[in-house]
Write a protein that binds this ligand. Structure first.
Ligand code: SAH
Ligand code: SF4
Ligand code: F3S
Length: 442
């Protein structure tokens, strides 16, 4: 028997890339590869890349440059670029960095075995097509190894919204929903392998409309109710949602489906109607706030999370104030804020840009507000008794770390529970980035 070849995958960007990296490892597992934690002994290095902001895309080239020495030592080493930079830049990557042997876009991962063989034979391998078929349905002989308690499951890919700043509709293509039956099969298999919490993924996940076993179009809420029926699955989450696709049945499910966790990532990007319009978001700040009122009507304790862009072209101080106002009005448990990054080929790239120093200063102000708000929300957990899904041992002896339904990490001292168990914990302290608690013994 020949020794297995070693595969090193480095993942950038969103959770969908994390899911894709797992599938790529499985696809290449069929070619005799096992994963390794370091590039130093790898036979193949794959960078699963992100194109969302300029910094993310440029990081790929600096990372590739670092492999020059390795490649000189071991000419058999193959280097591949996958993900959204691969889709956006294609063969240009090999021109700019000739040590790249393989470029594969996010819709073509099922072709990895052929592409790997081509690269092995010394040719350059490239595939950035948008094929019709489901890119993972070929994985019939997947390894059935035990897994940790949490997993991602992609149910929808691509985006048709074309926000004026965003590359996703170009790198991931049009919205496609996977059929219900395949998602349920995959979810059952994950649960058999030890998974207790599944996060359903999609760039626009609440726009999900996959074909059900009855031939009808199923909404995300209907899919969630079907997953709710899987024994052993304890928690369901989904991300990322668009405000305009928050349908009534999904809002209602937040109040009635016990497995659906009280956490919702619902990016608004800006609090200014003028900027929202320029962003092509197709909703107003007021509409977003009314929507959150309805969601909180269904599930009063839901923890809201969001994304914000500051320094979008033509953003004035007044527009930015409106963003601070909407953050104040929502009271987020988590929020992520980014300085606008000009992306070639998107409509906003052509417009008059905000001075970068002004944008940086606004980002600092917004992040200060968000940090205060996140901390205040986290502090309200102290004294409460909450269910915690145990994920891993903590740094201190006897300590275990898990997550609450609100996604806060909790360090539990003297914890006898194992990974994958759900325990009841009393929250005793709120730290900088996580909570501390003790087991409720009654
Ligand atoms: N599909 C998701 C996530 C898109 S990317 C959604 O619709 O929300 C994640 C976040 O990156 C976005 O919510 C946005 O806040 C940010 N983002 C996207 N394009 C950007 C750009 N050009 N510059 C800065 N931030 C950007
Ligand atoms: Fe990008 Fe907008 Fe689509 Fe989100 S909804 S992926 S921000 S185009
Ligand atoms: Fe980045 Fe692509 Fe995800 S651009 S955020 S990896 S969809």
């Amino acid at each position: 028997m020949t020794a297995p070849k070693k595969l090193f995958i480095k993942t950038y960007g969103c959770q969908m890339n994390v899911y894709d990296s797992e599938r790529m490892a499985e696809a290449l597992g069929g070619q005799g590869y096992v994963e390794t934690a370091t590039p130093d002994d790898a036979d193949m290095i794959l960078l699963n890349t992100c194109h969302i902001r300029e910094k993310a895309a440029e990081k790929v080239y600096s990372e590739l440059g670092r492999f020059r020495g390795l490649k000189a030592e071991r000419p058999d080493l193959k280097i591949g670029v996958a993900g959204c930079v691969a889709q956006a830049e294609g063969a240009e990557i090999m021109r700019r960095q000739p040590l790249v042997d393989l470029v594969v876009g996010p819709q073509s991962y099922h072709r990895l075995p052929e592409l790997e063989a081509k690269a092995r034979s010394g040719e350059k391998a490239l595939d950035t097509d948008f094929p019709e078929e489901d890119k993972f349905e070929h994985l019939k002989s997947r390894p059935k190894s035990k897994r940790g308690p949490t997993a991602f499951l992609t149910v929808q890919e691509g985006c048709d919204k074309f926000c004026a700043f965003c590359v996703v509709p170009y790198t991931r293509g049009a919205e496609v929903s996977r059929p219900v039956g395949r998602i349920l099969d995959e979810a059952r298999e994950l649960v058999e392998r030890g998974v207790r919490e599944i996060t359903l993924l999609g760039q626009n996940v609440n726009g999900y409309h996959g074909t059900g076993p009855d031939g009808a179009d199923w909404s995300l809420a209907r899919l969630i109710w079907a997953l709710d029926g899987i024994d052993g699955l304890e928690r369901i989450r989904f991300t990322t949602s668009h405000p305009n696709d928050m349908s009534d049945d999904l809002i209602e499910a937040h109040g009635t489906c016990a497995k659906l966790m009280p956490y919702l990532h619902l990016p608004v990007q800006s609090g200014s109607d003028r900027i929202l319009k320029r962003m092509n978001r197709k909703h107003t700040a007021e509409g977003y706030l009314r929507l959150i009122e309805r969601i909180r009507g269904a599930r009063p304790d839901i923890l809201m999370s969001g994304d914000f862009i500051v320094g979008f072209p033509e953003e004035t101080e007044e527009d930015f104030q409106a963003t601070l106002d909407i953050v104040e009005a929502v009271n987020y448990g988590y929020a992520y804020s980014f300085k606008y990054s000009t992306r070639p080929g998107t409509p906003a790239a052509e417009r008059s840009q905000v001075d970068p120093d002004v944008a940086s200063e606004r980002l600092q102000r917004l992040q200060a507000l968000i940090t205060r708000q996140q901390r205040a929300v986290q502090d309200t957990m102290v004294g409460r008794e909450l269910d915690v899904l145990i994920e891993k041992p903590g740094r201190k002896p006897g300590q275990m770390v898990g997550k609450t339904g609100y996604l806060h990490a909790v360090h539990i001292a003297d914890c006898t529970a194992a990974q994958g168990e759900t325990v009841r914990a009393r929250i005793t302290e709120s730290g900088t980035n996580s909570l501390f608690g003790e087991l409720c013994r009654d």
